[in-house]
Design a protein around this ligand. Structure first.
Ligand SMILES: C[S@@+](CC[C@H](N)C(=O)[O-])C[C@H]1O[C@@H](n2cnc3c(N)ncnc32)[C@H](O)[C@@H]1O
Length: 233
């Protein structure tokens, strides 16, 4: 009961903060803000749809090389790709941290990790460490990760608070997190199911209380927000 009250109070407080930021004073406006902030996690994308992650036009749409260059990942870095799927980003990150760096490829579906390993061995990439995580735990070493990437996955995490806490604990001093999420506003991501899209406000309302501070926000991708966070405090 105490827990329920605490989280209800937190949601109300968040709504109030966002409402104040938007200068919303009337009931209808407050309701619109409530819709904007509240969300339910989407379902997890099944490994049966994994081909979609390797579709041909994805490079033009998601510009992985530009994303990685913007992050500033460099040789020798330790990186974690959370919800790596087939490794569309993991394999590129692995090349970017070579020589000397490692990429932890974390997923909760072993079938995704198996497919990633097949691609990595065909491409002769040897610095990827596959990790089978759980809904609550990415099973990463504490305090060692220079960069974490979450591409098109945060919205489908069933236990986002637990995951954010574990991710924060895994960051090395000065470590940062890159987050890609399809835009919920406007029609740039109209081809994506609404449950798999987020507003900037929804992201900040969950990430800031979890101990993250927005460092950069890039909008060069056609359909996605690209946030960079660092640990706050
Ligand atoms: C839409 S796919 C994106 C895959 C990859 N990031 C990409 O951009 O190609 C989402 C992936 O996240 C994984 N996933 C969902 N929840 C997760 C969690 N809590 N921890 C780790 N992986 C998760 C799913 O199994 C799935 O492989």
């Amino acid at each position: 009961m105490k827990l329920l009250l605490r989280s209800t109070t937190r949601v109300v407080a968040l709504l109030l903060i966002v409402a104040l930021q938007f200068g919303c004073t009337r009931g209808a406006d407050a309701a619109a803000v409530a819709v904007a902030v509240h969300r339910t996690p989407a379902h997890v994308m099944s490994f049966r749809s994994a081909d979609w992650l390797e579709r041909e036009d994805r490079i033009a749409q998601e510009q992985p090389e530009r994303v990685i260059a913007t992050m500033g990942v460099k040789a020798g870095d330790t990186v974690a790709d959370i919800g790596c799927g087939t490794g569309f980003f993991t394999r590129r990150l692995a090349r970017a941290v070579s020589p000397g760096g490692t990429v932890y490829a974390v997923d909760i579906q072993p079938e995704m990790l198996e497919r990633l390993q097949r691609y990595a061995s065909a491409e002769e990439i040897g610095n990827i460490q596959p990790v089978l995580g759980t809904d609550r735990d990415p099973a990463l070493p504490r305090g060692e990760i220079d960069w974490i990437l979450l591409a098109d996955v945060y919205h489908e995490m069933q236990q986002p608070e637990a995951m954010l806490s574990a991710l924060r604990a895994s960051l090395a001093p000065g470590g940062r997190v890159a987050l890609l999420e399809y835009r919920a506003r406007g029609d740039s991501a109209a081809h994506i199911h609404p449950d798999h899209r987020m507003t900037r406000e929804q992201v900040l309302a969950e990430w800031e209380p979890a101990g993250f501070e927005l460092d950069e926000l890039h909008e060069f991708l056609p359909a996605q927000h690209f946030f960079i966070f660092k640990a706050s405090g």
